[in-house]
Design a protein around this ligand. Structure first.
Ligand SMILES: [Zn+2]
Length: 271
């Protein structure tokens, strides 16, 4: 360890290796298969803060990084790896990373992209590239805004690879609860050959993840026997929220996570 990670480093943490990702086994296996056999259109659905974007982005890095390791991990250092983490968008909300990779990457924030941008996408010649991965973040927002069907023509006609994530909401029905992707039309859903649901880690997986991260971030857990189960209960296994809890712990002088801190942390407010 050359430098003590700052609270902000912890808040911005993203996986560097497949083993850093807790849960999401099917999604990880799908993305690793894409590296071995070639990718196709992928739709990832699941509740908020279950690691959809984080896992997809790791997969894109691993797929496209020209310095990929033998165990299929990205280098996390080259310009492509950095661009996938921080797509600095221009006026259009789009960003294309041009590297020595066989793949290029662009991301669209579907909550913010305008109708005008979507309808003029056809003019973007580089989108003819079959090595371009287009990541549509929260595609169901386009559905809610009545714009998702504008994607049908580009998806059908352009050779790029489309990855999308969509938040599901739990809808109580008379007989049972069902998770549904709100807003996204069936026609658009059908454009994705592979559909995978996100999954949260098991209790032992989450505990392992917490222990490894705390060692890396040099945070000590007080009364681990009670604090870890409380973390499990309160965080609802959501890594995105746990990072914030640990960033707070790192911002205290002793870098300790206590049971009372876990109890006092407002997990609900962050959703
Ligand atoms: Zn790289």
């Amino acid at each position: 360890m050359n430098k003590l990670p700052t609270p902000r480093d912890i808040e911005r943490w993203s996986p560097r290796r497949w083993d850093d990702i807790a849960g999401n086994h099917e999604l990880k296996a799908t993305l690793q298969n894409f590296i071995r056999s070639g990718p196709c259109n992928l739709l990832v659905t699941g509740p908020k803060r279950t690691g959809k974007t984080r896992t997809i982005k790791h997969g894109i890095k691993a797929l496209a990084c020209p310095h990929r390791t033998e165990d299929l991990n990205p280098c996390n250092k080259c310009s492509l790896c950095r661009d996938v983490d921080c797509p600095l968008d221009g006026h259009l909300g789009l960003f294309v990373a041009a590297t020595q990779s066989n793949f290029a990457f662009t991301q669209m924030d579907c909550e913010a992209v305008s109708r005008e941008v979507l309808t003029t996408l056809a003019c973007k010649m580089h989108w003819q590239d079959e090595g371009l991965i287009v990541y549509l973040d929260e595609i169901s927002a386009l559905g809610r805004r009545g714009m998702d069907t504008l994607l049908i023509k580009p998806i059908d006609e352009w050779p790029c690879i489309w990855f999308a994530s969509a938040v599901t909401v739990l809808q109580p029905t008379p007989s049972r609860s069902r998770e549904r992707v709100g807003g996204l039309s069936e026609a658009v859903r059908n454009r994705f050959a592979v559909k995978v649901g996100s999954t949260v880690p098991s209790m032992p997986e989450l505990f392992d993840w917490v222990r490894v991260r705390c060692a890396e971030w040099q945070i000590e857990i007080d009364d681990e026997k009670r604090t870890l189960p409380e973390l499990w209960e309160r965080s609802q296994f959501k890594i995105g929220l746990l990072k914030q809890q640990f960033a707070r712990a790192a911002a205290t002088p002793g870098r300790r996570l206590t049971l009372s801190e876990v109890r006092a942390f407002n997990y609900e407010a962050l959703d």
